[in-house]
Ligand binder design. Sequence first.
Ligand SMILES: *Cc1c(COP(=O)(O)O)cnc(C)c1O
Length: 377
Amino acid sequence: MQVEPQTFDRVLSSMCTEPHPDARTAAERFLATNPGDPGTYPTVTELEEEAVSMLGEIAGLDSPAGYVASGGTEANIQAVRIARDRFESRTSNRVGDHTPNRNERSTPNVVMPESGHFSFQKAANVLGVELRIVPTDDDHRADLEAVRHSVDDRTALVVGVAGTTEYGRVDPIPELGEIARSVDALFHVDAAWGGFVLPFTDYEWNFSHAPVDTMAIDPHKMGQAAVPAGGLLAREETLLDELAIDTPYLESTSQATLTGTRSGAGVASAVAAMEALWPGGYQRQYARSQHNADWLADALVARGFEVVEPTLPLVAADVPVSTFDSLRREGWRISRTATGEMRIVCMPHVTRSMLEAFVADLDRLQCRASVPVVSDD
Ligand SMILES: *Cc1c(COP(=O)(O)O)cnc(C)c1O
C-alpha cells in the first residue's frame, strides 16, 4: 500500500489536528504497547499515571483519578455509567419506597443542554438511562431555569459543556454544579475540545471552580496528541470504582476502561504533547487560534454574513447552502451546525494564510454567484 493520508491544508472543520512532533515520535515508539494490561506493559502504565496527573493540573484537580480513554465519546459514556451506578446504589438503599412500578421509579435520567455532544445519545442508548435535553439560551448556553425544571429525584447526572462542539460556548458551570448538588446528582463537565484552551481564559469551568465530579478532556483535540487520546478525569478514585470489572486472566485485578486492549500510542503521545506544550505552548497556541477566529469572524461580517461571535476559537456563520457546497467542491473541509451555519474550528494547523486563501475563494465564488452570466452571442 502506498496511499498518502490527507494533508491538513484545507481542513477547517475538524477538531483533530496535526500532532506535535514530540507526540508523533512518542506515538510511534509506543505503538505496540497495551496499557489495558499493566502487568505486561508497566512502562506505558506509568506514563498513563503521568498523563492523568498532568490532565488534573490543567483541570484544577490536585490528586486526580482517571485514565486516557479512546476519546471524548468514551469519557462521556463512562461518566454516565458512573452516575447511573451511583444512582442505583443510592436509591436501592432507600427505605419505605412503595411505588408499584419499579421501572417508573428507578429509571435514572441525565439532564443535558441541547448543545451537548451526540455521544450522550450513545451513552443513554447503551446504558438505558433517560436523556433529558434542555434548551439553550440566546447565546447557545445552557438555560439554567430549564435545567432546574428538568432535574428531579431520579436525576443521576447533570452535564455542562465547557466549549461546545458547534459554537464553542461555555455553560454556566458553577450554577449547573449547584443544581446537580440540589438533587444529589453527579455533575459532569464535557471539556473534550475546550479543556486545552480554557485555562487561558477567564471562564469558570474546572474542578476548582465548581463541584465537578467527572470531566472529559481530550489530548487528541486541542492538546495536539495523536489519536486516540481522550481523557476521563474523576474528582475521587471511588468514582472510578463504579467502573471496575474483575480481570481474571490478567495480572492486574481490575479494569475501569470501556475498551480492553488499547493503544499505548495515545497515552505516550498525550504525555509528550503536554510535556512539550503545557502551559506556555498551549497558551501561545490559544492566542494564535483566537486571533485567527476573530480575524475570520471580522472578514465574514465585512462581507455581510451573520456570524456567531467566536468566544473560543470556533466560528459559525450563516453562509448560503450553494456557497457552502461550492467551497466544499474547492476542497475546503468545512461542516455545518444542526441549524445549517458553516462552522470553522481554528485548530493549531489552521493558519492565517489558510484562512486568507479560504476567504479569497469565498469572494471569488460569491462574485460569480452574484454576477449574472451574460452570453456574448
Ligand atoms: C469532540 C467532542 C466529543 C467527542 O469526542 P471524540 O474524541 O470524538 O470521541 C465530545 N464532546 C465534545 C464537546 C466534543 O467537542
